[in-house]
Design a protein around this ligand. Structure first.
Ligand SMILES: Cc1cc2nc3c(=O)[nH]c(=O)nc-3n(C[C@H](O)[C@H](O)[C@H](O)COP(=O)(O)OP(=O)(O)OC[C@H]3O[C@@H](n4cnc5c(N)ncnc54)[C@H](O)[C@@H]3O)c2cc1C
Length: 470
């Protein structure tokens, strides 16, 4: 319980998110003498990829990429000059760096930072298809969260479907933990292979990354996990108990199906733009990755002075790229605050910049290969799109027929995106449906206008600010 009054604190730099980008940024900034507050909703550092890396009971079985995060997290944990706030949610951020924090016990802190690095990472892309809201259907990333944070392992009868490297990684991690998936039903469109081949030069630079992917697939094949590729027209069906019992799909001109008691779905990851959108920063439609990304300069700088973005929140580049982007943003913040001059900033940026270019070289290949097809992002009329408010794709299309031109009008008409997740689960799909229905690019249709608070807080918690305001 709290004493009912918000505290006010100050720091040079606030880092929101302690994944690879945030941890690297905080360590680099603290080394340059900035006072840093690093905040994360999770109870331990690591972000998505390195979740619970210092304490996971199954760490040794999650592969070398996961292990890489242990050194970074240990350095972050040991660094002086960083105040680490776990179990703490950022629910508001103003353009001048005032951040509303909510601790696990509902205590509110107003943090006034001279510079802010948003390192809030990625979210799994929503993947709506008939039956995706049934009990027993969850994202592959959620299964991985349970595995990393609590060693919770699914029983037999797991089927994975969708597209993207994480699908194979999670399947291989399950295998290593003793759970053999019943099938992997892959939806990558056949045309993507030809499109990706055009980026073979980048792929050659990222040979190590590709080799890792091929090894994962080889492991799954050796374990005789049934794999289907080029599936379309997914639908999940319930059994007598109302939970998922079967995945149906089309492949090779025929309808097929596979039994399952747990269906893990995945269609790639997209930048988490909740905070950058709520600041009304300019965002661009990334046609290659079919997602929005904030418009950034070479240091992760945004249109707001002193506010930077690092890591997957600025565009999906993977964990190693995120680390380097964190270091670059920290250098830029230190320069802005007068700790180093531009010459020193540029000198120190040399190594991270080279490493970043190396890690990003493979992206055009991966983006082309795993770009979701229309089938995966524009669902049929009966499919629920906004899970909070139970709005279907058909209802959204009817709004377009009635004259709605963009997501914000649809939101006002039928409440899609107004629930507690604030559009995280439906935002991209709503924009894609409207764009397809109007026959225009998603870039011209736009996205929800997001308003703070970014995450739900209670009136009592909000009232803690009263004393501060007076
Ligand atoms: C579910 C999931 C699982 C993934 N697993 C893997 C994997 O196993 N291997 C792999 O190579 N890639 C994985 N990825 C991709 C991976 O996230 C990135 O490439 C990498 O972690 C990006 O690092 P980052 O520092 O940018 O962000 P992240 O690692 O995502 O860290 C962002 C952090 O910000 C915090 N945060 C966000 N919003 C707030 C807020 N409002 N208040 C407080 N804290 C906040 C989050 O809790 C999170 O810890 C996964 C992605 C997802 C979505």
């Amino acid at each position: 319980m709290t004493d009912g009054m918000a505290r006010v604190e100050t720091c040079d730099l606030a880092v929101i998110g302690t994944g690879p980008a945030g941890m690297a940024a905080a360590v680099a900034a603290a080394e340059l003498g900035l006072s840093v507050v690093a905040v994360d909703e999770q109870s331990v550092p690591g972000g998505q990829i390195y979740r619970n890396v210092l304490a996971s009971p199954v760490a040794a079985r999650l592969g070398p990429d996961y292990g890489h995060g242990a050194a970074l997290a240990a350095a972050f944990d040991a660094a002086e000059g960083i105040s680490r706030r776990y179990g703490t949610t950022v629910w508001t951020l103003s353009a001048d760096g005032e951040i509303g924090l909510r601790g696990e016990r509902g205590d509110i802190v107003l943090l006034r930072a001279k510079a802010v690095i948003l390192a809030t990472g990625a979210l799994e892309r929503p993947m709506p298809f008939p039956g995706w809201t049934l009990p027993g259907v969850m994202t592959a990333g959620s299964a991985q969260i349970l595995l990393k944070s609590a060693a919770v392992v699914p029983a037999d009868g797991v089927v994975l479907t969708g597209s993207g490297p994480l699908l194979y990684l999670v399947a291989a991690q399950l295998l290593d933990i003793g759970v053999r998936p019943g099938a992997i039903v892959e939806t990558t469109p056949g045309a993507n292979y030809r499109a990706a081949a055009r980026h073979w030069r980048g792929a050659a630079h990222g040979a190590a990354t590709l080799l890792k992917g091929l090894k994962l697939i080889a492991r799954l094949r050796v374990a005789r996990v049934p794999m289907v590729s080029g599936a379309t027209g997914l639908s999940a069906e319930a059994g007598a108990d109302g939970a998922v019992a079967r995945l149906k799909y089309h492949c090779g001109g025929r309808e097929r199906s596979v039994a399952c008691s747990l269906l893990l779905v995945h269609q790639g990851v997209v930048p988490n733009v909740q905070i950058s959108r709520s600041l009304d920063l300019p965002h661009d439609w990334d046609a290659a990755q079919r997602c929005w990304r904030p418009r950034l300069g070479e240091w992760g700088d945004t249109a707001l002075p002193g506010i930077f973005v690092a890591g997957d929140g600025g565009g999906i580049g993977g964990a190693l790229a995120a680390e380097e982007q964190g270091r670059l943003a920290a250098l830029a913040a230190a320069c802005r605050l007068g700790r180093i001059d531009e010459q020193e900033r540029n000198r120190r940026a040399d190594a991270p910049r080279r490493a970043l270019a190396h890690h990003l070289a493979v992206r055009p290949f991966l983006d082309a290969l795993y770009r979701p097809g229309d089938d995966a992002v524009v669902p049929a009329d009966e499919v629920v799109v906004c899970r909070c408010e139970e709005v279907t794709a058909g209802e959204i299309r009817r709004c377009v027929v009635d004259g709605c031109v963009g997501p914000n009008q649809v939101k006002s008409f039928i409440r899609s995106g107004m629930g507690p997740c604030q559009g995280r689960m439906c935002g991209l799909t709503v924009s894609e449906i409207i764009a397809a229905a109007r026959g225009m690019p998603v870039a011209d249709v736009g996205y929800y206008r997001l308003r703070q608070p970014l995450k739900p807080i209670t009136l009592g918690e909000l009232a803690q600010l009263e004393e501060v305001a007076q």
